[in-house]
Design a protein around this ligand. Structure first.
Ligand SMILES: [Zn+2]
Ligand SMILES: [Zn+2]
Length: 370
């Protein structure tokens, strides 16, 4: 997903005041908070919102962002790295004076997103590949059905916080008596206490499990492209939706072929005689050998196009092309006989004026005669 402009995210323009930013953020944060909004993209929107607010609410970060865009903001730790900031933001707009209401421990929560890197050979990126990947994910414990309590028993509502997961503490400070809220110290925010713990998961309600996922990597995938498998990440909590699995594809370089967008380029060695006389070459492509006629007098650096012999498109549709760059091989380790013939060739060439026919030689001659 392309990153949206932070002002756009908050529905404001660049002239917005600090007040405007705060107001817009509070309004949208309530609307998209994943505890309130059940739409599948609410969590993403909320995260995007938090990131935008983090930068625009900070004068220095905002100035950097105005001047340099996302690059500028990320120098200060904004942008991208926003995971895990939920609690803080929640405090900020519901609470006041520290603490504040925590996320309801029993509310549905989306499962974790996972990322997995798949390495492909160049040819595998041409044909596509079905890969079975092994993931270790957290799943609900089968023994206790996620409750964490020994089968036949039930977790109790935490006596300290009454199930809210939050406790109120009073402190005497120099400023007087302060009331703060913090995560319940007895249940650690879950809102429950378990007398007899499930032996399988030791009371957590989750166990690690190996999971195999089949991933169809489409033909034509490029290095660095990502495939998102919706709902194949970690399972949700309290009935929330599962997270996503992101497959990042890396493609190894090939000895002969080089990819440029949807096209392939390669260098084709040709002997001096083939280039001079013309020849029918057998050219390798990722789709098999193809014959290519090069005309007499082909120069080094000449480029020929083989239509439709490039990379397939991941979205379907036609292949790219292959570009064949001709490289003329100067003969080495010649026998006496070969040398003799070449000398003779050179002598005749001079007489026949072969050199003069070549534009480059004419330019050189002109240069020396100045
Ligand atoms: Zn508690
Ligand atoms: Zn269990």
């Amino acid at each position: 997903m392309a990153k949206r402009d932070y002002y756009e995210v908050l529905g404001l323009d660049k002239s917005a005041s600090a007040q405007d930013i705060k107001r817009a953020y509070r309004k949208l944060a309530r609307q998209y908070h994943p505890d309130i909004n059940q739409e599948p993209d609410a969590a993403d929107k909320f995260k995007e919102l938090g990131e935008a607010y983090e930068v625009l609410s900070d004068e220095q970060k905002r100035a950097q962002y105005d001047r340099f865009g996302f690059e500028g903001a990320s120098q200060f730790g904004g942008g991208g790295d926003f995971q895990g900031g939920f609690g803080d933001i929640f405090d900020m707009f519901f609470g006041g004076g520290g603490g504040g209401r925590r996320q309801d421990p029993n509310a549905p929560r989306r499962g974790e997103d996972y990322q997995y890197v798949v390495d492909l050979d160049f040819m595998e990126s041409v044909t596509g590949k079905t890969e079975i990947i092994d993931l270790e994910i957290e799943v609900e414990c089968d023994t206790c059905m996620g409750s964490g309590a020994k089968p036949g028993t039930k977790p109790d509502t935490c006596s300290r916080c009454g199930g809210s997961g939050v406790e109120t503490v009073e402190q005497n400070t120099i400023l007087g008596r302060m009331v703060n809220q913090r995560t319940c110290s007895q249940c650690h925010g879950s809102g429950k206490t378990i007398k007899e713990k499930c032996e399988t998961c030791h009371g957590s309600g989750h166990v690690k499990k190996q999971k195999q996922v089949e991933v169809k990597i489409p033909a034509g995938i490029d290095n660095g492209q990502q495939i998102r498998l919706s709902g194949k990440g970690g399972p949700g909590f309290n009935g929330g939706p599962a997270g996503d699995l992101y497959i990042v594809v890396r493609v190894r370089a090939h000895e002969i072929f080089e990819r440029v967008d949807q096209h392939i380029t390669m260098e084709m060695p040709v002997t001096f005689a083939q280039a001079a006389l013309g020849a029918e070459l057998e050219v390798p492509t990722v789709h098999g050998k193809v014959s290519l006629k090069v005309p007499a007098g082909t120069q080094t650096g000449s480029r020929f196009r083989l239509r439709g012999k490039g990379m397939p498109s991941v979205r379907g549709g036609g292949n790219g092309d292959q570009y064949v760059n001709i490289v003329i091989m100067t003969p080495t380790n010649m026998t006496d006989r070969q040398k003799e013939l070449l000398r003779e060739f050179e002598e005749i060439s001079g007489e026949a004026g072969v050199e003069e026919q070549h534009g480059l030689f004419q330019k050189m001659k002109k240069f020396f005669s100045q």
